[in-house]
Design a protein around this ligand. Structure first.
Ligand code: DQQ
Length: 590
């Protein structure tokens, strides 16, 4: 028997073993409701549906997949349940856009059909490979629920719509080896080409409780070999889903970088999505391409206390480089906080946040995020407020726009920080607890002040988004807490029959890295019926909340600017717009 025959027999044995081994039961990554996942919805309730966020006309949606810009079109693929409003029956649905605002649905790009993905076409990315065109890398699940990395190619790479995709029979390109957990091996990143002639991609995994990101290398984009060591790992963080790994410039704070950029003035970002809590975190650090190792900077917390792209309802995010405008753009799934029963009666669940540009902050300690400029094309009616003092307990209504569908930007000026409360160092790592404890109504020195969104006039229902400023006696700097508090958002009762089905109304929070030297801090909120995306201090801290008011809906919703701190706060400027619906939002999705 020749060497190639021996290799073929060996591969065949590996395949037989893979398709018959006994790795049973998927990780608890999405709740599986077997009876509900193929239950077609009776109707779609428009009450809490978003107007300008990306959403298919019905059913469940989760992770954004394979975003790219290609031949004049932005493409967004996403995990989609074709048959129901809970997770299951997942395909790669596909939409295209010329402006990231108006979207047209195309036929599904990938769906389970081959032995290497018969039980799932899960998350992945797209890489534009010179001479070949865009190539999808995605996770397929075989009949034994082992996760495999596969590739797919467009039937016609010259088609700007990239309508049809082929899954070649030489898949999979990577299988879990004996050291790995076959049900924790997924979500390959966009690949990058290195000077040494190799393509590289990162795949998420875990060993026991250690979260792991593996690097795979390939010369031809077909034969992939796992690097000797994981590019990075961290104990006690559990499964790392949807890793994202990209460079940012430390000198140019206006343009993004493509993945293969090599230069002296860069840092790398490693973001992972933590399956255990459904929160993500990222570190800034240094990637050594020779050793294939990533080391987070000493001052970038690695683990549960890590920095986040978004401190709210936000998961499985993914960036791509938009070479049309030289920017890196972030997509993320704003998961539901509603109960499963409500999702089914609504007929839909999940949406994508407004895409955001990603840059390193000029202080080089964290990233900054900002809604893509194209979204401003939807701004309609406009109102403003200037130089308006707000005393303790005062709330001013923002009138003349549609508060349930709005974009509002406000800059506060704080004349003095004298009255700021002292920051107890034990609060340090616990913004969530702090926000929960203090809320928007407990009087402080400087703050709470900010916006009250989706409110009834008597505040029976409201979602406040606000700051509270402390004095940090150890650093002699202000410590600024930002909260988006969904607790008072809805009168709707928690009425799920199972505990875990209950509606989720958290007080999300994060600290904002500002010194308030000029006394100013800004807040922008994009409000869209059941989603509020808020950007503190021009995107240093971002929080998305999903809320489902009963009374503060449509034209009955109100918007206010408020202050509950003893220190007077000045609204230096407030600009607010009604937001229009895009002309085309994914209509026709199957
Ligand atoms: N969702 C996908 C997985 C991924 C998870 C399945 C994250 O590939 O790990 O729908 O939400």
């Amino acid at each position: 028997m020749g060497v190639s025959n021996i290799v073929s027999v060996f591969l065949l044995l590996v395949l037989i073993n893979l398709s018959s081994n006994n790795i049973k039961g998927i990780e608890a990554f999405h709740k599986v409701y077997e009876k509900l996942q193929s239950q077609s919805v009776e109707s779609v309730n428009p009450l809490h549906r978003s107007a300008f966020h990306f959403q298919p006309p019905k059913h469940w949606i989760n992770d954004p997949n394979g975003p790219l810009y290609y031949k004049g079109f932005y493409h967004l693929f996403y995990q989609y349940n074709t048959k129901g409003a809970v997770w299951g029956n997942i395909v790669w649905a596909h939409s295209i856009s010329k402006d990231l605002v108006n979207w047209e649905a195309l036929e599904h790009a990938l769906y389970p059909s081959k032995w290497f993905d018969v039980k799932g076409t899960w998350s992945g990315s797209i890489t534009i490979v010179p001479g070949k065109g865009p190539i999808i890398l995605y996770t397929g699940v075989n009949k034994n629920e082992t996760q495999l990395q596969n590739y797919a190619i467009p039937e016609d790479p010259s088609d700007p719509y990239l309508r049809k995709w082929i899954k070649p029979d030489d898949n999979p390109i990577a299988m879990p080896d004996y050291t790995m957990n076959g049900s924790a091996f997924r979500d390959p990143t966009t690949a990058w080409f290195s000077k040494d002639g190799h393509w590289r991609t990162v795949v998420g995994s875990r060993r026991k409780h250690r979260g792991i990101a593996y690097i795979y290398r390939s010369r031809d984009f077909k034969h992939w070999v796992k690097a000797k060591h994981p590019v990075h790992s961290k104990e006690s963080t559990g499964m790392w889903e949807c890793p994202d790994f990209f460079p940012v410039s430390t000198t140019d704070f206006e343009n993004g970088l493509d993945l293969d950029y090599v230069g002296p003035n860069t840092k790398h970002v490693l973001k992972v999505s933590l399956d255990i809590t459904r929160f993500e975190y990222y570190t800034l650090g240094k990637y050594d391409p020779k050793k294939d190792r990533y080391v987070p900077d000493g001052n970038s917390p690695d683990g549960w206390e890590g920095l986040r792209f978004d401190y709210g309802n936000f998961y499985a995010s993914k960036t791509f480089f938009d070479y049309k405008k030289n920017r890196r753009i972030l997509w993320g799934w704003a998961n539901e906080s509603d109960t499963v029963e409500d999702d089914i009666s609504k007929g839909w669940a999940g949406l994508q946040v407004i895409p955001r540009t990603v840059l390193l902050d000029s202080n080089k300690r964290h990233l900054v995020f900002w809604p893509i400029e194209e979204i401003e094309s939807l701004r309609g009616n406009y109102v403003r407020m200037n130089n308006q003092n707000i005393k303790m307990g005062q709330r001013l209504e923002v009138k003349g726009i549609t508060p349930a569908q709005a974009d509002v930007e406000v800059t506060f000026n704080i004349p003095s920080l004298e009255k700021a409360e002292t920051f107890d160092p034990s609060f340090k790592l616990k913004p969530l607890e702090l926000c929960k404890m203090k809320g928007s109504n407990v009087t402080g020195g400087v703050g709470p002040f900010g916006l009250i969104t989706l409110a009834t006039p008597d505040l029976e229902e409201y979602t406040p988004v606000f700051f509270r400023v402390f004095k940090d006696t150890s650093t002699h700097k202000p410590k600024v807490l930002m909260c988006s508090d969904a607790r008072p958002s809805s009168l709707k009762q928690d009425r799920g029959p199972l505990k875990q089905d209950k509606m989720y109304k958290p007080s999300f929070a994060g600290f904002v890295d500002v010194d308030l030297a000029d006394g100013r801090i800004s807040l922008r909120s994009l409000i869209d019926h059941s989603v509020i995306e808020s950007f503190g201090a021009l995107g240093k801290t971002v929080i998305t909340s999903r809320v489902y008011p009963v009374k503060a809906v449509k034209e009955n919703a109100h918007l206010y600017v408020f202050n509950n701190g003893t220190q007077i706060v000045n609204v230096e400027s407030l600009n607010a717009w009604s937001m229009q619906r895009p002309l085309q939002m994914n209509n026709g999705a199957q």
